[in-house]
Design a protein around this ligand. Structure first.
Ligand code: NAD
Ligand code: MG
Length: 411
């Protein structure tokens, strides 16, 4: 039975968890709602948020009847509010970052699922952390930008951080029973962070240059939003995850090895000093890590089929190819430097991925842009939110300027 401790509202039935889902219309958000819908007595949706997908948010509001819905602009707010009013819905529709922060901090929301993509999720995620919520983090970019700040604030507020990223959730599951994110687990010597290698693992360096956004978004094992799909294709996703793991498990980057495992069955491993290596296995479906985090420290059904172990083909493990995937080297360097280096790297990556997805640059221009921004970045300590936001802003500007100049040169 899930304890009532996360609920602050006396009207909520015993044992029921009330949830805010930030980014409910995205790939993670939809999967989270799928799990929630399987357990109506255990979970209740308090608020749902989206940027632009008004139809999807409308549909979700009709089904889950949240108290609040938050959308990205005033125009969309009016559209959604009218549609919901016509249905007789009592959901209140808001817009803007303040509203995202409010639904994350609200006393009625015991659990916040952080599933916005990119740095846009930083302020609402921090708001949930600072308010002492149970925070399920899929949105890895804020952890990359300022993991220290997030974990420190969680310690102060009593927030419990539960990783949803499949690898980090796997690592978390392989940690000792009473483990809380942000601490160093006793006896752990190494983390083996697995990754499929993305859709271009077997493509030559020459051919990778000419891949299209459509090819990059066609991941062999996972169905995900466009930004993380491109990150998986450049392998920046594994770089972001390396930094994410440093913060979540309080380990230096040299204690985390990236392992290419194309079958995506082993979701990561933890090595202990006594020679044990613990792994978490499962079908590649995000509902497993979501359900594991939602029910933590208990277990609930997720809708994911168990592995048929006798049907397993070879499970293989290889070293990553740093030459073919330069983003991995850039991320390793940023993980060594820490401070604002990962913040700048993340910002440059977001700008470059956006440019690639909208057809403005080639695939290999992504790593070139990040490399350019990092070579000009003056690494500072990343102690305050202001310093982090400033580093993010400068790096974005540097990436935009580089790409503008590049298009002048090539165009
Ligand atoms: P997605 O693009 O499918 O969905 C993103 C969600 O964020 C949508 O609901 C969108 O409306 C919202 N959003 C986008 N921009 C916003 C903005 N400026 N303000 C407010 N809301 C905004 O992305 P996704 O694949 O669900 O990924 C979400 C996060 O989870 C990412 O950080 C990603 O790295 C991480 N993650 C995803 C997966 C996966 O399987 N999809 C796995 C691990 C981690
Ligand atoms: Mg992952």
């Amino acid at each position: 039975m899930i304890s009532k401790s996360a609920n602050n509202d006396s009207n909520i039935p015993d044992g029921q968890h009330t949830i805010t889902i930030l980014g409910s219309t995205g790939s993670i958000g939809i999967n989270a709602l799928d799990v929630v819908a399987r357990h109506p007595d255990t979970f209740r949706i308090f608020s749902l948020t989206a940027n632009t997908k008004v139809e999807k948010l409308f549909e979700q509001c009709c089904l889950f009847k949240p108290r609040f819905a938050v959308i990205g602009s005033e125009t969309l707010r009016v559209t959604l509010a009218e549609k919901l009013a016509n249905k007789g819905s009592s959901t209140e529709v808001l817009c803007g970052v303040d509203a995202l922060e409010m639904v994350s901090a609200h006393e009625e929301a015991g659990t916040v699922v952080s599933a916005i993509v990119g740095a846009a999720g930083l302020l609402p995620t921090l708001s949930a952390v600072n308010s002492g919520k149970k925070v399920l983090i899929a949105n890895k970019e804020p952890l990359v930008m300022c993991g220290d700040l997030i974990l420190q604030n969680a310690k102060k507020s009593g927030a419990v951080i539960l990783p949803v990223d499949s690898e980090h959730n796997a690592i978390f599951q392989c940690m000792p029973g009473n483990y809380l994110a942000g601490n160093t687990a006793p006896g752990v010597t190494k983390i083996l962070l697995t990754g499929s290698g993305g859709p271009f693992r077997e493509l030559s360096k020459e051919k990778i240059k000419f891949v299209t956004p459509e090819q990059a978004c066609n991941h062999p094992n996972w169905s995900m939003g466009p930004k993380i799909s491109v990150d998986s294709a450049t392998m920046m996703n594994k770089g972001l995850e390396l930094i994410e793991a440093c913060h979540l498990f309080n380990l230096s980057h040299n204690k985390i090895n990236i392992v290419i495992h194309p079958q995506s069955i082993v979701h990561s491993m933890v090595e202990y000093e006594d020679g044990s290596v613990l792994a978490q296995l499962g079908n590649p479906d995000m509902r497993t890590p979501i359900a594991s985090a939602l029910a933590w420290p208990n277990r609930i059904s997720s809708g994911v089929e168990n592995l048929d172990i006798f049907d397993m083909k070879d499970l293989t493990f290889e070293k990553p190819d740093l030459d073919k995937f330069p983003c991995l080297g850039i991320a390793s360097a940023a993980a060594t430097l820490m401070g604002t280096a990962p913040t700048a790297m993340n910002a440059a990556n977001e700008v470059a991925v956006d440019a690639f997805l909208s057809g403005r640059i080639n695939f290999n221009n992504i790593s070139e842009t990040i490399d350019h921004v990092m070579s000009g970045h003056n690494v500072q300590s990343a102690e305050s939110l202001e310093e982090i936001l400033e580093a993010d802003k400068i790096a974005r500007l540097s990436a935009i300027t580089y790409l503008d100049e590049k298009s002048v040169k090539t165009g």
